[in-house]
Design a protein. Structure first.
Length: 267
């Protein structure tokens, strides 16, 4: 009976012991320290002034306005964090920024995005250069400038001695889209340059088909197979034009076939 009373009193005394204050608990201070550190890191990452993009500088552009590029870039950089504007350099997605600018400005061939810490972002621009005029049809109703990669990027009208590239089959075209594969554009450029530099013959039109068909300003056509070595075909053509097809013969020339492997044919 005595032992039972002793245990009963002891349990009551245990409940009567004062509880520790929240501020006396180490767990509370550890949690508070964690929140303070996390909040500080969050502030540094998103809002610390020295880590904000201060400026966007641009180089390499000639045709596209720097102001337009900067405006588009700021729209990509400026983000909302908890409803507050942030231009943190840590959150700049260079891949997304580059893709956005290339999509928004078809005249741009490449954008190199460079971080400049404590200063901002630098955009090194490479603009497209026209190698020909691409026309959707013989009527020249829909024509664009086309670059070496076969991408159309701006409206353009055919001019004298300017190469016109056409494609078999009709479709709708918009700037920024590739319309001719890069390898075909390389063939077209090689043939055009060889004829012009070595024989002063200008190519006025190239029809992208199989075979590729070139029309010269002299009125005759050249047929090329884009699937086999263009260098071998150009060598055959050069030999013909140097040794067999003289300028006098060219006046009555109708065509030169280079797509056959063994030899070239002309009429």
């Amino acid at each position: 009976m005595k032992n039972h009373r002793h245990k009963h009193i002891k349990s009551k005394l245990r409940y009567l012991k004062p509880k520790k204050s929240l501020f006396d608990r180490s767990v509370f201070w550890l949690a508070l320290l964690f929140l303070v550190v996390a909040g500080g890191v969050f502030y540094l990452f998103f809002f610390f002034p020295q880590f904000q993009v201060q400026a966007i500088t641009i180089s390499g552009n000639q045709n596209v306005s720097s102001v337009d590029i900067q405006t588009a870039a700021w729209q990509n950089i400026n983000k909302k964090v908890l409803g507050i504007s942030s231009k943190s350099i840590f959150t700049v997605n260079t891949t997304q920024l580059k893709r956005s600018l290339l999509t928004g400005f078809p005249d741009l061939e490449n954008v190199n995005v460079q971080h400049r810490w404590l200063a901002g972002i630098h955009l090194e621009i490479t603009e497209r250069s026209p190698v020909a005029t691409f026309c959707a049809s013989k009527s020249f109703e829909q024509c664009f400038l086309i670059d070496k990669n076969g991408v159309i990027y701006a409206n353009g009208n055919p001019t004298e001695n300017n190469l016109i590239v056409r494609q078999a089959g009709g479709q709708t075209f918009i700037t920024g889209m590739p319309v001719i594969d890069k390898s075909s554009m390389a063939v077209i450029t090689k043939v055009k340059d060889d004829l012009q530099n070595n024989f002063q013959i200008h190519v006025k039109e190239a029809l992208v088909s199989n075979p590729l068909i070139f029309t010269t300003t002299e009125g005759w056509k050249l047929y090329v197979d884009p699937s086999i070595s263009i260098d071998d075909q150009i060598t055959k053509m050069d030999l013909l034009l140097k040794n067999t097809i003289t300028p006098a013969v060219r006046k009555k020339l109708q065509y030169i076939y280079l797509q056959y492997k063994d030899r070239a044919y002309y009429k």
